[in-house]
Design a binder for this molecule. Structure first.
Ligand code: NAD
Length: 360
């Protein structure tokens, strides 16, 4: 992408989305090399066009080098009418439309925030894990319906779907810092004692490991055990790979290790084409419009975009260092504030300026 500007589609969405999109725009303007086209998604798109994702927006995303999404949803569009358009359809449509089958969520609590975590410092110190979640299969995409007083949501996986997500996880483990010292490990999470899809999952992950990634250690644990281990010994995990529903839940649990949902970035990748980069948190309607949303998860998502989508790892590292420096100097949005000595309480614009000032 050297020389010419990368084409970015920015999707602010709903709630705090537009506030943190403005912050991301400021950051990208300082970094340069990116041309930004802004489009509506989620509730904003429902209001403007009657659907959460229009064909025109999906096409614009397909033609871009990367897509940055902030958040969708809010009480305004909540409805129990199964035929009413829902904001999340925008997100699911984008994942499906761009063939994004792998969601990567790194969890590495910043040193300055170790005491902001609900867990004790000694529990989380040294935590540096990556959750790799399958994104286009399983129960979220299976047949669903209602017949009278009964409802169903089917969960299905194919061998090919499990193989490709397993490869993403093993490749990530093999290339993470620390892999050179022989510490690369994948923990595959399933419920193979109960679910047939999990037995297929486990068999397939084991075969991919044996045939293609002998240098990476592999362990299997049940999802209920994983939920416990994540809060009792998070530093022991390296890469966690799991199916869609389990990954949705476990990655939010892992997010809390960092002290706030406002700190956690994510990347969704396909075989080729643009990746989708977004903070893990939702649209936070409870604080929307107050100018206090934490923009750091979005900044770290921009860093993932520069690293995984636009081939600019040095600029990604610059953002990550600036975020660390702002936190080290005490800057705290309300979600991060604990009333400790040295904290400087700020809103979104001040946190944004604080990170921009520390970019080197
Ligand atoms: P949420 O992540 O929006 O908020 C949970 C809590 O975390 C709230 O108290 C909120 O104020 C806080 N929070 C989240 N992000 C923050 C930030 N950047 N800075 C400071 N505080 C932050 O989850 P929710 O309340 O369950 O959902 C709200 C809406 O968001 C719903 O409509 C839901 O469907 C939607 N949602 C969207 C996405 C997405 O767009 N990817 C993800 C999850 C939820």
């Amino acid at each position: 992408m050297e020389g010419s500007s990368a084409q970015l589609v920015l999707l602010p969405g709903d709630g705090i989305g537009p506030e943190i999109a403005a912050a991301a725009r400021d950051l990208l303007t300082v970094l340069g090399g990116v041309e930004i086209a802004e489009r509506a998604i989620g509730g904003a798109s429902i209001d403007a066009h009657g659907s959460a994702l229009t064909d025109e927006v999906l096409e614009a995303c397909r033609g871009a080098d990367a897509v940055l999404l902030c958040a969708v949803g809010g009480p305004k569009w909540d409805s129990t009418d199964p035929d009413a358009p829902r904001p999340e359809q925008g997100l699911l449509g984008l994942r499906k439309g761009l063939g994004l089958f792998a969601n990567l969520r790194p969890v590495r609590p910043a040193e300055a925030l170790l005491d902001a975590s609900p867990l004790r410092r000694e529990r989380i110190e040294g935590t540096d894990l990556l959750v790799v979640r399958e994104l286009t299969g399983g129960i979220y995409f299976g047949d669903s319906g209602r017949e009278g007083d009964r409802a169903h949501d089917d969960c299905a996986y194919t061998v090919a779907e499990v193989e490709r997500i397993a490869r993403v996880a093993f490749n990530a483990a093999a290339t993470r810092p620390g892999a050179a010292e022989g510490t690369a490990k994948v923990t595959s999470v399933d419920k193979a004692n109960v679910l047939e899809t999990s037995r297929l999952w486990r068999e397939t992950v084991e075969r991919v490991a044996a045939d293609e990634f002998a240098e990476v250690a592999l362990e299997h644990i049940y999802v209920d055990n994983a939920a416990m281990q994540l809060v009792t010994r998070p530093a022991d995990f390296d890469v966690i790979v799991t199916e869609n529903l389990f990954g949705d839940i476990l990655s939010d649990e892992a997010a809390m290790l960092t002290g706030s949902l406002g700190m956690l970035p994510s990347a969704s990748l396909g075989d080729d084409g643009p990746g989708l980069f977004e903070p893990v948190h939702g649209s936070a309607p409870d604080i929307a419009g107050h100018g206090v949303a934490n923009p750091l998860a979005t900044f770290l998502s921009v860093a993932m975009m520069l690293r995984h989508g636009l081939g600019r790892p040095d600029d990604a590292a610059r953002i990550e260092s600036a975020v660390d420096a702002a936190l080290d100097d005490g800057l705290r949005t309300p979600d991060l504030a604990r009333g400790a000595e040295g904290e400087i309480h700020v809103g979104t614009p001040e946190m944004t300026a604080g990170v921009l000032d520390r970019l080197r």
